[in-house]
Write a protein of this length. Structure first.
Length: 167
């Protein structure tokens, strides 16, 4: 299978890539500002970045070209069962150390049409990274979530939480 298939994209390919834009934004919010998330379209490698969060770590923005390393990762992900690269370490142009992962995005025919690249800036102070995983200092963190294994468990847990004898 040719991973660098240059056939024109159809509307479904564009729709698949568009559906990943929310993934970029959501991962960036979850992981934190120390992590750059880039969505690449392989339609035009000269301006492949179609969505980016926290691009300040590498200086990239929407319309930036694909990197030579991303192309090598793409080449290494051969076969339908191999859509995730191994983690790798690089240095951005600014010199910051990055830990990265590349995920191939495939269409219905298993043709790779895009890449989701996750790049964590390892030069950010560890305390800053950890602060993204700690709730803000507020008196009320919010309601608890019931992670039940069945509907019956969910009902039981909810009733226990709402029971006046428990308050």
């Amino acid at each position: 299978m040719d991973l660098l298939d240059q056939r024109p994209f159809d509307q479904t390919d564009f729709d698949i890539l568009k559906s990943y834009e929310a993934v970029v934004d959501g991962l960036a919010m979850l992981i934190g500002s120390h992590c750059e998330i880039v969505l690449h379209s392989l339609q035009d490698l000269k301006c492949s970045a179609i969505r980016i969060a926290n691009g300040e770590h590498t200086g990239r923005k929407i319309g930036s070209p694909i990197t030579d390393l991303a192309l090598r990762m793409l080449h290494d992900m051969t076969g339908a069962d191999s859509s995730v690269s191994k983690c790798y370490f690089t240095r951005a142009k600014s010199g910051v150390l990055m830990k990265s992962l590349t995920i191939a995005i495939r269409n219905r025919e298993q043709r790779v049409i895009g890449l989701l690249c996750i790049n964590m800036n390892l030069d950010v102070p560890f305390s800053q990274i950890m602060s993204t995983f700690v709730p803000p200092e507020t008196p009320d963190v919010g309601s608890s979530v019931n992670f039940a294994s069945s509907v019956e468990d969910l009902v039981t847990q909810t009733l226990e939480l709402e029971s006046p004898s428990k308050k």
